[in-house]
Each structure stands twice: as structure tokens, then as C-alpha cells.
Write a protein that binds this ligand. Structure first.
Ligand SMILES: [Ca+2]
Length: 421
């Protein structure tokens, strides 16, 4: 693989003649003008005349109602006695705390305003739809409510049966905590809305995380859940990145249940994860399943989902703690151009005017498969200057010849002269 990648690098550098570049530029310019022309002819009238049709999209938020927590920065609700026990990965809880910095805890209030990455591997069960430094002293309300009958229960029953079919689930109790239009610290007057919905019925329990408008901030945000010793944990994609907040917040625009702004998790001891070759995989975790990193697999609520997703050009496939992963590596380029100038991998410049054949690059470390790249010069007009007339690449028992003025074509032949063992 490394040889192939290197080869691509070299080929790109070696056949990039000035005239070809100029022609490509002219053709691309014409193409762009043509595309603009087509756009104005076809697309603009459609936009002007047909308008924009907005499909009906389910709103992610549950009713924002109930008891309001006191306006205290880094505060928490008093212990809230639950009308039904909530089973959280095998532990049944009868009380909960709504913490003002965007999380719920069960055993004691938790004031932490500084998000930490899950898994914490710590002594805490935590449900964190939006763990960051929020401030409800002047802006926003933090509300919580419990339901054991009525529309909210019906909605929860319907939602869970949609997201987790074949359980024949019936909601008996719903708890909704809403951080409604709360500002970032300190009194920033921004508005951010996030919600945690705890749902239980029979032996099953679930958590929904719902998102409204999320104000932009440079603060870090952890969204997801974690458990004692992180036996189970999940991090919403976008956490700890610039994709957490603002109008493009991934929490709000994406979903694991096809409802933008809603994320649903089963939180009893049920089938929360997946297995691969008999090994457990946690919900939300991703890995590449083989040593060539051809397929990336992610454990979702509907099982292990795998798709073709090879490493990018600047990555290599490496063994990881679980299976394999694509990891970024530093790459360098060497090029030959003009009459002829040699730019080396370490950014030195040389000029050779001879008409010899030069070794441009070849294997010098055993971990790479054998390869060699040769460049043959020929005179350019006079005998005083020369340019590259032929490039030969020897790799994987084949010889690839790139000849001047044959852009886009290469001659490939089986090579029997090289010892490639
Ligand atoms: Ca705070």
C-alpha cells in the first residue's frame, strides 16, 4: 500500500508539465463558465418560480414544563424522588438530580462545569445531553417533570416502539429535564436548549436526548452518557469539536433514529451493544474490520453496520486496541519539473542538465515493498539544457513507463529482470 501511495505521489509530480497545466486551467475555466451558464438557465428559474418545499419534520423536543430549578450558576435541583424506579444499566435508581451544567446524576448532585471526555472510567452514572458551562442566573430556565399518564406517555410509547421495534414496549413513566434557552457562562445572553427524556416500562428503560437551538460557543461540549467504570458509554458525534454548537450543530442536525435533533438509547441491561468475532462492541464505537482497512463498522441501535470506507490518502491502516484503524501519517513529495529541477523529499533543489537516467526514488527500508523510480533526461532544443523524457516505475514485478507528451497514459509491462524478493 505504501508503495502504491508513493507511486501516486511521484506520478503526479513527474507528469505535471507546464503546458499541460495551462491547458487544463483553460479547459477548466471554460467548464466553470459553462456550468454557471447552465445554472442560470436551468436552476435559477426553478428557485424563483417553484419556491422551496419544506417537508414536514418531527420536532425533537418533548413538552418543556414542570418544576423550575433555582437560578444558581453550577447549581443542581434538590433530589427528585422518582415515581417509578429507573433502571440504568442494571442499577435501579429512585432519585435523580438535574444539574445546571447540562447533565443528570443519580447518587448526588454534580456541579462540574468543565466537560470531560467519555469514557470517564470513574465512579459515576451520568446522562449528559449537553455538558458544558451553562448559566441560568439571568437567561433561561431549567425544568423537570414526571409523567405516569397522558399524552407524553403515549408519545414515549410510540417513539420507543418506532426506534426499538419488536419489544412491544409500553411506557409507564417518563421524566423530562429541559435546559430551556439557557445562557453560556457568564451570563452570555445566548440561548441553548437541550433535553433529556428518561422512559421506563416493564423491564425496559430508554433515554432520549433532544435538541433545540444551540448557540455558538468556543466552549467544549460533551454529549452522551457514561456509567460507573464506563462499562457502558456513548458520545454523540460532534462532542468536543466545533460541530457541537452553532447553527450547524451535529447534535441538532443529526440523529441515530432519523429524527434530526433526537438521539435514542436503550439503557436497561438489554442488547445495547454488538459483537464482532465474539468480542463485545459498545454502541457507537467504530473500527475497521480487517488489516487493509477496507470496511469501517459502527455499532448502531440496529446492530453492526459496515460499509466500504478505506483510509484516505494521508492515512495508513494500523492495528488498534480493537481491530484496526486508519491513522494519519506525515507524507512528503518529491517532484521533477522544467528543464529539469529536482525538488527532494526534504525540500532541497537540484538542477541536472545531463541526459542520463537518474534514480529518483527507491526502497531503502525493508518494511516497504520493493520499488524504484527512474527518470531519463533528453535534450530540450539545444544540448545545453534537458528535460525529463521518460519515467520508469518498477514496483510489484511490473514496469510502468510514462513517456513525454502522453499525458493520461502509461505503458505497463511484466518485469522479470528485477529481484523483488
Ligand atoms: Ca455554570
Amino acid at each position: 500500500m505504501a508503495g502504491e501511495v508513493l507511486l501516486r505521489l511521484l506520478l503526479l509530480g513527474l507528469i505535471g508539465k507546464k503546458t499541460t497545466l495551462y491547458l487544463t486551467f483553460v479547459i477548466e475555466s471554460i467548464n466553470i463558465l459553462f456550468l454557471y451558464f447552465i445554472f442560470f438557465l436551468n436552476v435559477m428559474p426553478m428557485l424563483c418560480c417553484t419556491g422551496v418545499v419544506t417537508p414536514q419534520v418531527e420536532k425533537p423536543l418533548y413538552p418543556k414544563a414542570g418544576t423550575e430549578s433555582t437560578a444558581i450558576d453550577d447549581g443542581s435541583s434538590p433530589p427528585i424522588t422518582l415515581q417509578r424506579s429507573f433502571v440504568y444499566f442494571g442499577r435501579a435508581y429512585d432519585k435523580i438530580y438535574v444539574n445546571h451544567n447540562g447533565h443528570l446524576t443519580f447518587n448526588s448532585p454534580y456541579s462540574s462545569y468543565s466537560p470531560e471526555r467519555f469514557p470517564l472510567n470513574g465512579p459515576i452514572d451520568i446522562i449528559a445531553p449537553f455538558w458544558t458551562d451553562l448559566d441560568n442566573r439571568e437567561m433561561g430556565k431549567i425544568l423537570y417533570n414526571q409523567y405516569t399518564s397522558g399524552m407524553v406517555l403515549q408519545k414515549a410509547t410510540q417513539d420507543i416502539n418506532t426506534y426499538f421495534p419488536n419489544l412491544n414496549f409500553k411506557a409507564e413513566w417518563v421524566f423530562v429535564a429541559t435546559w430551556n434557552e439557557v445562557a453560556y457562562y457568564p451570563n452570555s445572553r445566548t440561548k441553548t436548549t437541550a433535553q433529556a427524556v428518561l422512559i421506563s416500562g416493564g423491564q425496559n428503560s430508554f433515554v432520549l436526548m433532544n435538541y433545540g437551538i444551540i448557540a455558538s460557543t468556543s466552549r467544549k461540549v460533551q454529549a452522551g452518557y457514561d456509567t460507573i467504570n464506563s462499562e457502558h458509554h456513548y458520545t454523540l458525534p460532534g462532542s468536543f469539536s466545533s460541530a457541537a454548537t452553532g447553527s450547524n450543530s451535529n447534535f441538532r442536525l443529526s440523529s441515530n433514529v432519523n429524527v434530526p435533533g433526537r438521539w435514542a438509547f436503550r439503557t436497561d441491561n438489554g442488547t445495547t451493544g454488538c459483537t464482532f468475532n465474539g468480542e463485545p462492541v459498545q454502541l457507537g464505537d467504530s473500527f475497521w474490520s480487517d488489516s487493509t482497512c477496507a470496511q469501517k463498522c459502527t455499532c448502531t441501535t440496529t446492530g453492526l453496520q459496515c460499509s466500504n470506507q478505506p483510509c484516505s490518502f494521508s492515512q495508513v491502516c494500523m492495528p488498534d486496541s480493537f481491530q484496526f484503524s486508519c491513522q494519519s501519517v506525515q507524507r512528503r513529495t518529491c517532484t521533477v519539473s522544467g528543464d529539469p529541477h529536482y525538488y527532494t523529499f526534504d525540500n532541497k533543489v537540484f538542477h541536472f542538465q545531463g541526459t542520463c537516467t537518474y534514480v529518483l526514488s527507491e526502497q531503502c527500508q525493508n518494511e516497504l515493498p520493493y520499488f524504484r523510480v527512474e527518470g531519463k533526461n533528453e535534450h530540450l532544443g539545444s544540448t545545453r539544457v534537458s528535460w525529463t523524457g521518460l519515467v520508469k516505475v518498477f514496483v510489484y514485478n511490473e514496469t510502468i513507463e510514462l513517456v513525454k507528451r502522453t499525458t493520461g497514459k502509461a505503458k505497463v509491462s511484466k518485469d522479470t529482470s528485477l529481484n523483488t524478493s
